[in-house]
Design a binder for this molecule. Sequence first.
Ligand code: C2E
Ligand code: CA
Ligand code: CA
Length: 765
Amino acid sequence: MGIRGRTLAWMFVVLSLALSAGFSYNARIVSDEVRSEEDRDNAQRAHSAAIWLEDSAQTLLGQSRDYAKWDNTWNFVRDEAPKYLIDDFNAGSWASLDMDALVIGRPGDLRFARSRPVVGADDAPLSIDTLAAIASVLQRATEGTGLVSYDGDAWVYALTPVLRTDGSGGDGMVWIALRRLDERRLAFVSRMTSSAVEVLPPASTGATGERAHETYSTPLELGVSKGWQLRVTRPSEVHARILARMLELATAMMIAGAAVLLASLTLVDRLVLRRIVQLSDQARAIQPGDAARRLVISADDEFDHLSEAFNSLLDGVAARDAKLQHDSMHDMLTGLGNRALLHDRLERALTRAQRAATPGFALLFIDLDRLKMVNDLLGHDMGDRLIAEIGERIRAVVRSSDTVARLGGDEFAVILEDTVSAVVAAQRAQRLLAAIREPFTFAQQGINMTASIGVTLPSIGSTVASLLKEADTAMYAAKQAGRDGWSVYDEAMHGRVLHRLETERRIRRGLDQSEFVPWFQPIVGLPGGRTQGFEALARWKHPERGWVQPDDFIPVAEESRLIGELDMMLLEKSVAEFAPWARARPDLFLCVNQSAQRFEAPDLEIQVAALIDRYDLPERSLVLEVTETQFGRSEDRWSERIARLSALGVRVALDDFGSGYSSLMRLRTVPVGMLKLDRAFVSDLAAGNGALARAVLQLAVELGLPVIAEGVEDHVAHTALVDSGCAFAQGYGYARPMSGSDVSAWLRLAEARRSAEPFIMSVAK
Ligand code: C2E
Ligand code: CA
Ligand code: CA
C-alpha cells in the first residue's frame, strides 16, 4: 500500500478510536451519576412506602384493640352466640377498619371467621377454611402487627387478645384483623410514591438493589415479620433521556469528526499525497540516459523545490554521463579522440567505403620524433604542452569532418575522409609535417619538433586491425628513411623483404672478399677548427654497384647479425690506416662505430688490446662509438665493459645522442667518455630553436663530458656551437668523409690553414 492509502487508513482508524473512546468515557460517567442519583431517589420512595405501610398497620392494630377489649365482644365470644358481631359488625365497620377479613378464636377453637362482604354478592371472598388456616398460623403469634403471604398477595394483620372492657378476662382468645395488600391498596401507595410498589415475602427475596428494571428493594419490617422486602419500580426516564441525548451528541460528533477527517484528508491528499504520487510517477518514467526528461514545476511550494532539486540532480547526472561518454572516447591532454574513438570511426569509415566500393578515406599514423628527449630535458610539463599544441596544429590542418586521435605518448592518428588517392593523402601528410615543423615559441628558446607519418588507404578485405598495422609499418618506414617525412604503405614494402635477403647474401660475400673499407670524416676542435680526429665510416666497394653508402647495408647487416664481423673488419682496417697519422700527430683520435652486437662480444677487449699493441696506438687515441638506442638492456655489463676499455686507454662515445629514447639519468651511472650530439640538434641550433641542444650541452658540461656535434653544415651552426661551448664538431661544413688516401693531404692542408682564419667553410658539396 502506498503512503497515500496508509495515511488515509490510519487517519480513519485514529479518528474513530478517539471519537468512540471519548463518547464511551463520557457516557459512563454521566450514566453512573444519573444512576446513583436515581438510586437515592428510589430508596427515598421505598422508605416512604414502608413507613406508610407500618403506620397503616399500627392504625389497624389500634382500632382492632378498641373492638377486642370490649365487653360486647368478650360476651359474644363467651356465649358462643354470634349474634352481636353478625348484627353489629356491618359494612360500615369493615370500611372504617379498612379490613378484608376478621378471625376470632384460640388455637383449635375458631369462634368467628368472616371476610368482608362484597357488595351485591352473598359469598365471602375468602372461604371459612382459608380463614381457619390463616388463623391457625397466627393465633400462635403474640400481640402486634405482621405480614402473611397468601394467595399471591401479602396480608397485613393486627393481632390482639379479646378482653373485657376493664381489661380482665383474657383466656387465650385473640382478635385477628387482616388487610389484603392487593393491587388496589398498593396502587394507592404507588400513586403516593409515583412508583410501582410490591411487597415480597421472605422466600422470594431476589437480588437486593438489582437494577435490571430500574427497581429498588429495601427490607420491610412490619411488626413481628422479618425478611420481607419492599420493592419499588420506576422506569428511569432521566437516564434514558440523557442516554438519548448522549447518543445524539455522539452522532453529531461523529458527523463533525467525519467532516473534519474528510476535509483534512482532502487537504492532505491534494497538497501532499497526490503530489507525491505525481512526483514518483514522473520520476519513475525517467529512463537512464533520458537527458531531456524533467519533473514538471507548476508552482513554488516545497514539492516544486524538491522537483527543482531533482531536476538539477538529473542535470548533474546527465552532464556527468556526457562527460564520462566523452572521456571514454577522448584523450584528456589534447581533447582529441582516443584509440577507442579511432577504432569506432575506422569501423564506420570501412563500412562506408565498402558500400561505396572506393577507398574513400586514408589513415595516417603520426609519430613525433624526439618527444622523449623533451620530457627528459625540459620536463613532462613541457612535453605535455608540446603534445597539446601539436594536437591543435593537426586539428587545424585537417578538415572538421576528419577524425584526429591521440593513441599514446607521442602517437597520433588521422582519418582523412573523402580521400581517394595516396597522392592526396601524401599531400595532406606533407601539410601536417610542415605544421609540426613550425618552431614552438612558448619555450623560451624555441623548440623544433618533427614527426614521421605513415599513410595507408583501404583496399578489398581491409580490416581495422590490418589498416592500423599498415599505417604503423609505413610510419616505421618513414622513420627509417630519416624522420621528418612520410611514407605510403604499399605492397612493395613486402617486396623489400626479398630485397633484404638478397642484400644479406651479398654482404656475406662482401665480408669474405673484404669489400668493406673505412672512410674518414675529420672532427675539428672548437672554436679553432683544427682537425683533432676522425670518424671511421664504412663504405662498401661493391663489384657491380660501386661505392655503396652504409644506410644501404648497415641495417641489413644488423638484422642478419653480420654487423659484428663487419665492425671487426672496419676496426682493424681503420686502426691500420690511422696508426701512421697518429705517429705524426699523437694528439689525434679515431672514432670507430660499434654495433651493440659487437660491443657485447666477449672478445672485444682482446681484439682492441691486440690492435693497440700491434699498431702501437697512443694512449686515449681510440674512441668506440655506440648508439644510445643500443645502450639499453644490460647497463651493468656495459658499465663493466666501459671500465675495462678505459683501463686499456680506450674511450666510449655515445653516438646520435638525443635522437632516440635516451635516458639522460643513465649518463650519470654509465661511465661514457664522450657524447656525439645528433645532427637534428645542430640544425635546431642553426635555426634558432636550440633549447634542447643547449640543455644537452649544459648537461654534458655538468657531467664533464666532451661533446662532438654532428652534421655541422654551415657557419650559423658552427657559431651557435661555439657560443654554446661545444668542444668538437664534425660535418660537411668542415669536411665530408674521405678515403684514407685523401687524409694525408687533408691533414697537410689543415695544418697549413691553422695559423690563418680558424676555419674556412666549404658549403659546396
Ligand atoms: P653516424 O655514426 O651518425 O655517422 C655520421 C653520419 O653522418 C655519416 O653518414 C656521415 O657521412 C654523415 N655526416 C657527417 N657530416 C654530415 C653533415 O654535415 N651533414 C649530413 N647530412 N650528414 C653528415 P654515413 O657515413 O652514411 O653513415 C651512416 C651511419 O652508418 C652512421 O651514422 C653509422 O651509424 C653507420 N655506420 C657507418 N659505418 C659504420 C660501421 O663501421 N659500423 C657500424 N656499426 N655502423 C656504421
Ligand atoms: Ca658514428
Ligand atoms: Ca652519429
